[in-house]
Design a protein around this ligand. Structure first.
Ligand SMILES: Cc1ncc(C[n+]2csc(CCOP(=O)(O)OP(=O)(O)O)c2C)c(N)n1
Ligand SMILES: [Mg+2]
Length: 592
């Protein structure tokens, strides 16, 4: 039997489970694991500048490609606590990442050793398993179980904490005969799918709410096929956006309080039946449940049994992987179609489409300082359907969801539930590592950008080119807007006179200089007509220098973005589109 250190066995298992990349930074307590990675030589390591950054890189890496599992590595103590936000973000959005931490030697765990913290207890509620491995011979089993759990059922993160002496201890382990454990994914029965389809058939105005579970199951094609077979309009959730292309005739718009379209909300409110697949009825999607559910019948399909009924009781629940359910939905719908048993939905589809063509928000403004809406219009022109967008939180993210177009699954990569400021830059870098061939465009407000700005150096060092659109209003814009309810504008201003950069006109931080200082390229734009040319220039700079390129757009300081507390009371602050020229990049042209 081969003898090796437990750390060598851990790395051998990572390799056999398909891991090729890790994000992290070493410290004394995790050095044996780094030594094992070095001996193995098969794992490419990206050195983060902040351990939280490493955890978000891992999440971006997972989200970019079906089957990927991002790995983040840090030492004991503060490295683990820094990655807690990454574990929260990943678990909230059902994304598997494996977080590996070093730890004080076993015999010293209770002695308040230097940088010894009970990270497994801290990470417990945020992970599917959080374990300090106390016995070296348990290390292979811990890693095997980690991959099994991350891939089974509702996906999510795992933390494995390795005491220093456990990493170094020698164990018997045979990598050649190691094999991953089978993955458990519950699947709907035919009877369940038949019943759900019967309920759909009885409805007059049905919609599908398509959640991130469809993306996780890599089942976007099946969703599209099922929607087309049954002619059912689709409302993607923020996590499901891209499962159906934005220019598809059945795309009915997103619904919600913020990241939503006017026509999406109107269509949900006009519907009488909702088939939710791989979604979790997030409160930013539903708003008040009385409004959301009134007069509608609900079927909920989810991979996690305890998700059924968590937010409200559906009329019928099915526990299933989204892909397994959709395969059967397609099969049964095909049979009904050939038997001529599917309802004619022409009038309902036409009604949804008409809403899409009349209920647009205006994007075309020529104002200086620039209005945010114009930025997304220019982005729609500059970036094609192959673009992967990465964003986190703020007015910038909300407006992006209202105005950008997404055409493919995994092309809208967004920390939907946790929304941790600072996520965008490292997540975008993780996406670039996972798929260097697809153009990546990150979008941040100025505050999100400043949170983990140091990670830009990682992009410069490891040649991870992408475009970072930075919309600068010198405000914690979303919080400023929400403070209107308190009649205050308190502790939300980021503006100051920068003694080194009078040219930023009182907007405070000189992002261009900082980005350049970190080894990236950067451009600043103040007029709407300059945005398009700047995005084209950014593409050239990215290709030439192979580093992140920041395009900072100086916005007007105060713009309120559409939002509300109920699907039927979203407040509009700007003029609505009335003519085609008001929303020239809308996918469905405004009816004149
Ligand atoms: C770690 C963290 N702290 C606080 C918040 C609350 N928060 C959400 S958006 C926001 C302001 C974002 O400002 P900016 O990135 O400039 O975007 P803007 O809204 O101005 O477009 C804050 C403070 C958060 N999401 N994450
Ligand atoms: Mg801002």
């Amino acid at each position: 039997m081969p003898r090796m250190t437990a750390a060598d066995a851990a790395v051998a298992i990572l390799r056999r489970e398909g891991v090729t990349n890790a994000f992290g930074l070493p410290g004394a307590a995790i050095n044996p694991f780094y030594a094992a990675m070095r001996r193995d030589g098969g794992i490419t390591h990206t050195l983060a500048r902040h351990v939280e950054g490493a955890s978000h890189m891992a999440e971006g890496y997972t989200r970019a490609r079906a089957g990927n599992i991002g790995v983040c590595v840090g030492t004991s103590g503060p490295a683990g606590t820094d990655m807690i936000t990454g574990l929260y973000s990943a678990s909230a959005d059902s994304i598997p990442i494996l977080c590996i931490t070093g730890q004080a030697p076993v015999a010293r765990l209770h002695k308040e050793d230097f940088q010894a913290v009970d990270i497994a207890a801290i990470a417990g509620p945020l992970t599917k398993m959080a374990m300090t491995v106390l016995e070296p011979a348990q290390v292979p089993g811990a890693f095997q179980q980690a991959f099994h759990l991350m891939r089974s059922g509702r996906p999510g993160p795992v933390l494995i904490d390795l005491p220093f002496d456990v990493q170094l201890a020698e164990i018997d382990f045979d990598p050649d005969t190691y094999q991953p454990l089978p993955v458990y994914k519950p699947a709907a029965s035919r009877a369940q799918i038949v019943k759900a389809l019967d309920m759909l058939a009885e409805a007059e105005r049905p919609i599908i709410v398509a959640g991130g579970g469809i993306i996780n199951a890599d089942a976007a094609d099946l969703l599209t096929e099922f929607a087309e077979l049954t002619d059912t309009p689709v409302v993607p959730t923020l996590m499901g956006w891209g499962a159906l292309p934005d220019d598809h005739r059945l795309m009915a718009g997103m619904a919600g309080l913020q990241t939503a379209h006017r026509y999406g909300n109107a269509t949900v409110l006009a519907s009488d039946f909702v088939l939710g697949i791989g979604n979790r009825w997030a409160n930013r999607h539903t708003g008040g449940l009385a409004t959301y559910t009134a007069g509608r019948t609900f079927v909920h399909v989810d991979i996690e049994p305890t998700q059924i009924g968590r937010v409200f009781a559906p009329d019928y629940g099915i526990v299933s992987d989204a892909g397994a359910a959709l395969r059967l939905f397609v099969e049964v719908a095909r049979e009904r179609k050939s038997a001529g048993r599917l309802a004619d939905r022409t009038a309902w589809i036409e009604e949804c489409r008409e809403r899409r063509a009349t209920m647009q928000r205006r994007t075309h403004f020529d104002n200086v300082p620039i209005k945010p809406q114009r930025v997304y219009e220019e982005m729609n022109r500059a970036f094609g359907p192959e673009t992967r967008y990465v964003s986190t939180i703020g007015l910038s993210q909300i407006a992006a969801a209202q105005f950008l177009h997404v055409y493919r699954p995994r092309h809208w990569i967004n920390a939907g539930q946790a929304g941790p400021l600072g996520w965008t830059t490292p997540a975008a870098l993780g996406v670039c590592v996972a798929d260097p061939d697809t153009p990546v465009v990150a979008l941040s407000g100025d505050y999100d950008f400043q949170f983990m700005i140091e990670e830009l150096a990682v992009g410069a060092q490891f040649n991870l080119p992408y475009i970072h659109v930075l919309v600068n209003n010198a405000y914690l814009g979303l919080i400023r807007q929400s403070q209107r309810g308190f009649d205050m504008d308190y502790c939300v201003q980021l503006a100051f006179d920068n003694v080194n950069a009078p040219e930023v006109g009182g907007y405070g931080v000189d992002h261009v200089k900082v980005a350049e200082g970190l080894g990236c390229k950067a451009l600043r734009v103040t007029e709407p007509g300059e945005i398009g040319p700047a995005l084209e220039e950014a593409k050239k700079l990215m290709a030439e220098y192979r580093v992140p390129v920041v395009v900072e757009v100086i916005l007007e300081r105060v713009t309120n973005i559409s939002m509300g507390t109920e699907l039927d009371n979203v407040v509009e602050f700007e003029d609505l589109a009335e003519r085609r020229e008001d929303a020239p990049t809308a996918v469905v042209a405004m009816l004149d």
